[in-house]
Design a protein around this ligand. Structure first.
Ligand code: BGC
Length: 391
C-alpha cells in the first residue's frame, strides 16, 4: 500500500517558541533590530509551552504531518553542555505528534546558532562544524524512534546570502569569499550529518529543505537573458546538490519566489506583503526541476504573507493544484507543508508579516484558527480520492 500523501504545516523553533536567549539571533535582535524600531522575537508565540494546543489544532483539522525544528542553542546553550530538559522537551513534542497519529518532519538547523558557536566563527569554524555533528548524533540517538523525516539544514543558500553576502542577518558579513566558504561548510556538514543519521537503526529519510527560486524565462526572450537566468538557477538551485550528491533520500522544496529579472512582469501580478508574486506554475516548475535528482520531493514550505485570509485560501488552492498537476505527470511528490502553522516571528521583519493558518494574540497568546486552515484541510480529499481509485 502506498504511503498517504503528507498534508501538513511547518514552524521553526526560533520563530515560534520564544525565549531563545542563548542564540546569535537573540543578540542580533537586541543589538541591531530593536534599536531600529523592529521587533525582537521575545516570547515569540510561546509555542514552547503551547505546542500541545498547536498540534491539537493541526490534528483536529485532519492534517497528518508537522514540520518543526529543534533549537541547537537551547539543547547546547553552553559549548559542550547539553541541556537534558530541552532534549526531553523535544522528545515530548515528538511523542505528542505520534500520539495524535502525525508524521514528524524534524529540521536540525533552521538559521539560528548558539551564541557561543557564532562567536567562534559560526559555520566557517571547523570546530563549530564538529560540534554541530555531535549535536546531530545526539539528536539521532534521542529522537530516532520518533522522527519520520529528517531535514539536516533549512535553506543553506538563504542563510549564506543574507548572512555572509548581504549583511542582513547574522553574522552580518559582506563578502563573496566568506559566502562561498560558508556554503562549502554547509555542504560538508550536510554530507556528514547524512552519514551520521544513517548510522541510526531507525533512520529512513534524510534530506535538506532548499529555497527554490524560479528564474522565469521564455523562448521569446533574448538568449543572453536566458543564459543568465540559467546560470543563476544553477548557482541558487543546483550547486548545493552538486556538492552533496548521493546524500539525499528526498528533496524538500521550499518555494515562494519567481524572479522575473529581464522579463516584463505580467500585468495582473498578485503580490503578498513580502512583495512576492503568487505564481503557482513556479512551484510546478520547481518540483519538475528538482525531480532530476531521482529522489522523491516533498514541498516542505510554501506560503503567503497576508492579512487577507481569502488571498491565502486562493493561494493554497492554486499551489496545491500545481502540486497535483506534477504528481499526475508521474513525479513522486509525497507531501505538501504549508508555511506556516502559526503567525510568527518573520526574522528581520519581526511580527509584521503573517504567514499563519492560525492567528495568535500576542498579549494573551490565544490561538484563532483561520478559514485557510479549513481550506488546506480540504485539499486532503484530492489525493485520497486518487489513492482510492488506484487501488
Ligand atoms: C524560511 C522561513 C521563513 C519563510 C518566509 C523561508 O525562507 O525557511 O523561516 O519564515 O521563508 O520568509
Amino acid at each position: 500500500m502506498s504511503k498517504p500523501f503528507l498534508l501538513g504545516a511547518g514552524v521553526s523553533a526560533h520563530q515560534t517558541e520564544g525565549g531563545n536567549i542563548m542564540s546569535d539571533w537573540w543578540e542580533f535582535e537586541e543589538g541591531s533590530l530593536v534599536p531600529k524600531g523592529s521587533d525582537a522575537s521575545g516570547p515569540a508565540v510561546d509555542h514552547w509551552h503551547r505546542y500541545k494546543e498547536d498540534i491539537d489544532i493541526l490534528a483536529e483539522a485532519h492534517l497528518n504531518a508537522f514540520r518543526f525544528s529543534v533549537e541547537w542553542a537551547k539543547i547546547e546553550p553552553v559549548r559542550g553542555r547539553y541541556d537534558q530538559e530541552a532534549l526531553q522537551h523535544y522528545r515530548d513534542v515528538l511523542q505528542y505528534c505520534k500520539k495524535k497519529g502525525i508524521t514528524t518532519c524534524l529540521t536540525l538547523w533552521h538559521f539560528s546558532l548558539p551564541l557561543w558557536a557564532a562567536k567562534e566563527g559560526g559555520w566557517l569554524s571547523r570546530d563549530v562544524q564538529q560540534h554541530f555533528l555531535h549535536f546531530v548524533e545526539t539528536c539521532r540517538d534521542e529522537f530516532q524512534d520518533l522522527v519520520d523525516i529528517w531535514i539536516t539544514e533549512n535553506e543553506p543558500l538563504v542563510h549564506v546570502y543574507d548572512g555572509y553576502r548581504k549583511a542582513k542577518w547574522p553574522p552580518l558579513r559582506r563578502s563573496r569569499i566568506a559566502m562561498m566558504r560558508a556554503l562549502l561548510a554547509l555542504a560538508h556538514v550536510h554530507r556528514e550529518s547524512y552519514a551520521i543519521l544513517h548510522r541510526g537503526k531507525s533512520v529512513r529519510e534524510v534530506g535538506v529543505a532548499m529555497s527554490y527560486i524560479h528564474f522565469h524565462t521564455n523562448r521569446r526572450m533574448p538568449w543572453n537573458i536566458r543564459i543568465y537566468a540559467a546560470f543563476r538557477s544553477y548557482l541558487w538551485n543546483h550547486l548545493f546538490f552538486m556538492l552533496t550528491r548521493g546524500t539525499h533520500d528526498m528533496i524538500g522544496v521550499n518555494y515562494y519566489i519567481t524572479d522575473r529579472s529581464g522579463s516584463p512582469k505580467p500585468t495582473k501580478t498578485k503580490t503578498d506583503d513580502m512583495g512576492w508574486e503568487s505564481h503557482p506554475e513556479g512551484l510546478a516548475h520547481a518540483i519538475r526541476d528538482m525531480s532530476r535528482y531521482g529522489v522523491p520531493i516533498i514541498v516542505t514550505e510554501n506560503g503567503i504573507a497576508t492579512t487577507d485570509d481569502t488571498l491565502r485560501i486562493d493561494y493554497i488552492r492554486e499551489h496545491f493544484d500545481a502540486t497535483k498537476r506534477v504528481k499526475d505527470e508521474g513525479i513522486p511528490v509525497n507531501g505538501y507543508f504549508y508555511w506556516s502553522l502559526l503567525d510568527n516571528f518573520e526574522w528581520d521583519k519581526g511580527f509584521s508579516k503573517q504567514f499563519g493558518l492560525i492567528a495568535v494574540d500576542r498579549e494573551s497568546m490565544e490561538r484563532s484558527p483561520k478559514p485557510s486552515l479549513v481550506a488546506l484541510s480540504a485539499m486532503k480529499t484530492v489525493f485520497e480520492n486518487k489513492e482510492e481509485s488506484q487501488q
